[in-house]
Each structure stands twice: as structure tokens, then as C-alpha cells.
Ligand binder design. Sequence first.
Ligand code: NAD
Ligand code: ZN
Ligand code: ZN
Length: 377
Amino acid sequence: VASGGVIKCKAAVAWEPGKPLTIQDVDVAPPKVHEVRIKIVATGVCHTDWEYLYESGKGMKSRPFPLVLGHEAAGIVESVGPEVTKFSPGDKVIPLFLPQCGECERCRSPKTNQCRKNWANMQLGVMADGTSRISYKNQQLYQFLGVSSFSQYTVVPDTSLTKIRCDAPLDKVCLLGCGVSTGYGAAVKTAKVEKDSSCAVFGLGAVGLAAVMGCQVAGAKRIIGVDINPDKFEKARVFGATECINPRDHEKAIQEVLVEKTGGGVDYALECVGSPVIMNAALESTAEAWGTCVIAGWTETETMNIMVEKILMGRTLKGTYFGGWKSVEDVPKLVDDYMNKKLKLDEFITHNLTLDQINVAFDLLKSGKSIRTVISL
Ligand code: NAD
Ligand code: ZN
Ligand code: ZN
């Protein structure tokens, strides 16, 4: 409902860390210069949303609260602010927690996707002018990574948004806003998995399953899924895992099991859990001389203890942010890949819920019962 440019709508608000979200009637201000207001149609619920709420100040840096979480979404442009040239009302779009301004040094380099446009402000939960566009009874609600998709409407910078084809189903392609793109890219773009290689994927949530899918698309011969929750194994096989291992079924450390199983270690290991201990296990499960370990799992304040000799003997350790994709230009291509059936999305979606059930979605994620819940707004 528009009134004087402000839209009144529902949003799930995180009032303080560690507490469930509450649904509130919020005001979403019109977009300012180089900003776009979008109607969120569907949003996934990612592990990172949960972590910023429940692990704030633990494995994660503290964020400003009250906060509107959500960063894996798809929607429709409602209105555009001054100087916006690339978007018009009615466009189907995916908001991006990683911008691509196209102009900064990093955007001009093919070596990285890590654009820094608006970075500092987005980490502080505000837009370029230092304020948020979402408020509750005149109290500012901070935005999350420049997105905030747990709201029926939000405002994003025009460099944190990409236009997608009009026939794309938004309740599916929303997953390309984070988890699936991250895991898939971790395999095909950051690790650059090769044909006939052997791979191990640690953690079989959406990010890990997408990594498994990437290994398969790249033509890997052996794809070993590793998870302490064996309920994930069936899905992993759907995405291309050739075998699955539960570390808890073995006396030996998982890296030793993998090195033995593969006669020296895997060519590629992908960490999709977010735990330094698993990161180390992933690195140590790769083959001497050329093994590559890519970390996709997230933690901001913990450190990893690496045996230097592992690296000296020719292994490579890399991290990936958003799967290495240049967000604005690559996400529409991933949408095409889905529409052309090169990439699976539907299989990630285990639950469909509404915004008022958002805390249920967190419970499903945390208990390991869901891969992705898609929330319709
Ligand atoms: P998820 O909770 O759905 O999946 C995590 C999986 O890891 C679960 O299946 C769980 O059973 C498994 N696991 C837990 N402990 C394990 C262990 N000791 N050994 C093996 N498996 C174990 O989470 P998700 O949404 O798939 O996200 C995974 C990670 O990726 C999170 O840390 C998230 O924050 C991170 N992430 C990173 C980026 C990025 O840009 N790098 C983007 C999105 C998400
Ligand atoms: Zn995410
Ligand atoms: Zn840039």
C-alpha cells in the first residue's frame, strides 16, 4: 500500500541477537539516488541469516540491531530513484549481497568478484547516505548486507541488483541469490574442478549440495559427500555424489579415511560447513603435490591451525565469496543455466512457507530437516 511514497508492509524483524524474529508492520521509504525499491516475491533462508542472529558476537562479528535479515531472494522492481538507468518498474530482479559496480579496481580485474562498492555502509546495515530505508514507528531498522529480503518490500543500491529474464520462476531462482551460486561456483569457478578428478564435499546443506552439483557438471569422476547427518546422503546422490561418508562411522579422522579411500587424497576438497576443524580436515584430505581445498563455509572471528608442511608439499588453500561469480553479470547466466536444465534448483527446496512462519524455517534449517525453505511474501 503506497502512501506519500512510503510503502507500509510486513517484515520479520530481529530486535536483538539470539531472539526469534517477530512480524511487524514496517515503513519502506522511497529509493534515493542510485537506489531501487523492490517487491520481494520469494526468499530462501540461508545458514548465514541464522548465524548473524544466533551466533552474533560468537563465530560472527556483531551486527547492528534491530535488523531485517534475508539475503537470498528474487523480486520485482516497484520504483527507481534518481539516476537509476538499468532498471524499470516491473523488471524481475535478484538482489545481491555482493555488488558489482563495474568501475572499481576489483570489478575491472578478472581475478576477483569482490567489489567494494558501498561495502563499509552495507556492513553497518545502512545505505550510501548512512541511513536505512526500513523503519518501524520511526525507529530505523538496519538492513542486512544491503538486501533485507525478510520484508515484503526493500530498497537496494542499483549496483547490488541484477535483472533476470521475465520467464524465470522467482520462487526457484531466488536460491541463486546466495547458497546455490556459492556452492556451485566454489566447485566450477574457485576450485576449477577438472574432468575425471576426485572431489570431497564437506557439509551437505544447500551450499554443499550445490558444490556436489558443480563437481558433477565439471565432469568429476569421484564425488564423495561428507556429513554427520546421514539423512543428507540421499539428496547428495541426486546432485551427483558417487559415495557418502559419515565421519561418525569411523574411528579414524575423516581426512585419514579419505586419504586411504582415494589412495593419497582427493584432487579437490570443498568445505561447506563453516568450522575451522573441518576446514583443516578438508585441506588434509587433498592429495600432496596438487590438491586444492576451497573454503565456502563462513566464520569471521575464528582461526585455522594449519600444518605448514601440508602447504609446502604443493597443496592450495583458497576461500570463496559468492562462489567467485561477478554478481551482476553472472547471476542472469546462472538463471539461464537453470532454465536450460544445466543446473538444478527445485531439488534444493524441501519446504515452502509464508513470512509469518519464518522462525519455523530457522528451526528446520538448524535441525537439519530442511535443505532450503523458500518463503513466499
Ligand atoms: P546448512 O546448515 O544447510 O548445511 C551445513 C551442513 O553441514 C549440514 O548438513 C550439517 O549436517 C553439516 N555438518 C555440520 N557439522 C559437520 C561436520 N562436523 N562434518 C561434516 N558435516 C557437518 O548450511 P548452508 O546454508 O548450506 O551453508 C553452509 C555454510 O556456507 C555456512 O557456514 C554458511 O554461512 C556458508 N555460506 C558461505 C557463503 C560464501 O559466500 N562463502 C555464502 C553462503 C553461505
Ligand atoms: Zn547466504
Ligand atoms: Zn566494483
